[in-house]
Ligand binder design. Structure first.
Ligand code: PGA
Length: 249
């Protein structure tokens, strides 16, 4: 299935980080050259994309944004389009993060528009999917994930794509899904992706930290991590990268 895919460890800084924080992070992280068989990427807030772009590239770390708007240009105050992200040096864009779905009210239809616009301009979406605790307890996790993945219907099969499974109840809570839950859910997601004609990487996200990364990265069907809180500090982020390197070798 997926063992030959290059793993990705992506850091989502969310709404955190000043220019000073970014420089401190890169000073500390830069001493560790990015490993060959694990890809490393960082998604800082919009304001830090351009300031971080050259230095991250020089240490082999890819750059991504946390959101994008689907129009090309014009009267959309406060929005950023795919071409602006490419201009700032981005390869990735996170789409459908549960915080945007629940706080901003982003719908699957909007996410689909953003995904198409991203592909049109050469960005690789990291499509986030995940169930709430209530949905898991009701036993409808797979149905929820299938609905979120259904936006891929009719999408070009060779489009650059990464999916991140992030159980909403595990994000920022310190609670991680168990190895069994992760293994079982990733198997379902890979199956569903195959049915839709996509054979892409599936990351796990939700309270990944240096203490649990090795176990999570060793789960079958897990091809990397989307890391929030633990990506803000260079040393903890590096520990997670090392866990992925270990799992990949
Ligand atoms: P967390 O966030 O690692 O802080 O739980 C993960 C995410 O929201 O992508």
């Amino acid at each position: 299935m997926s063992s030959e895919k290059r793993r990705l460890i992506a850091g989502n800084w969310k709404m955190n980080g000043s220019i000073q924080d970014a420089n401190d992070f890169m000073d500390a992280f830069g001493g560790n050259p990015a490993p060959d068989h694990v890809e490393v990427a960082l998604m800082p807030p919009f304001t830090l994309l351009h300031p971080m772009s050259d230095r991250l590239a020089s240490i082999g770390v890819a750059l991504g944004a946390q959101n994008v708007y689907y129009e090309d240009k014009g009267a959309f105050t406060g929005s950023i389009c795919p071409m602006m992200l490419r201009d700032a040096g981005c390869h990735y864009v996170i789409l459908g993060h549960s915080e945007r779905r629940s706080i901003i009210g982003e719908s699957n239809a909007q996410i689909r528009n953003k995904m198409n616009a991203s592909w049109l301009h050469g960005l690789e979406p990291i499509l986030c999917i995940g169930e709430t605790l209530e949905q898991r307890e009701k036993g409808i996790t797979n149905a929820v994930l299938a609905e979120q993945l259904a936006i891929l219907k009719g999408a070009p099969r060779d489009a650059a794509l990464t999916v991140a499974y992030e159980p909403v109840w595990a994000i920022g809570t310190g609670v991680t899904a168990s190895v069994d839950q992760v293994t079982e859910t990733h198997a379902f997601i890979h199956e569903e992706l195959n049915r839709l004609g996509h054979d892409c990487r599936v990351l796990y996200g939700g309270s990944v930290n240096p203490g649990n990364a090795e176990d999570l990265m060793a789960c079958p069907g897990v091809e990397g991590a989307l890391v929030g809180g633990a990506s803000l500090k260079a040393d903890s982020f590096m520990e997670i990268v090392k866990a992925a390197v270990k799992a990949a070798s």
